[in-house]
Write a protein that binds this ligand. Sequence first.
Ligand SMILES: [Zn+2]
Ligand SMILES: [Zn+2]
Length: 179
Amino acid sequence: MLLSAFRSIEELPGALHPAVFRVRFGCDCGEEHDGLLTHEDLDWAPLGLAAGDFLNLMTARLEPAGTELGELAAVRIKAGEWPWSFFCYPEERPRPVFPSSFTLLAATEGTVGLAVRCPSCSRLSLNLVSHPHVDVPFHNDREIGVVEHMFAGDTGATLEEFRAELWSSSFDARRLALT
Ligand SMILES: [Zn+2]
Ligand SMILES: [Zn+2]
């Protein structure tokens, strides 16, 4: 399933190991369904990494290397490429991210609205990106849309607030400068 088919991703409370996420996704049948995915399913599987692998995007540390695809992913991350990224509006900078930090998604033809909880500052940003930016690891849009809206603290954006912002706001195009 493509990540852009997801509508919401929510970590279940409790110290679960591995962490478990309740996901809602748009199905080919036209309905939305709920499912449960582990942290590994969400973040590692698209990179070809198996459970037990450890990958730190900030330090590009991977151990132990998993499949061939996983090793290739590690090489690219060591070279400074990020499999996924977003623009953190509160921090005014692009950040590497894993899909488990995608909180809400709204895919339309050509674009995906993406609410991301920043792994660094824990605040929410609303980006507008292409489908490949979400669905294809290491594809990062050169420019992404950023909603200039500071979401309230830890209460998070409700689905309604998210959708309202997505359709009403003017997106400010930011260059996603990857380093
Ligand atoms: Zn279905
Ligand atoms: Zn941040």
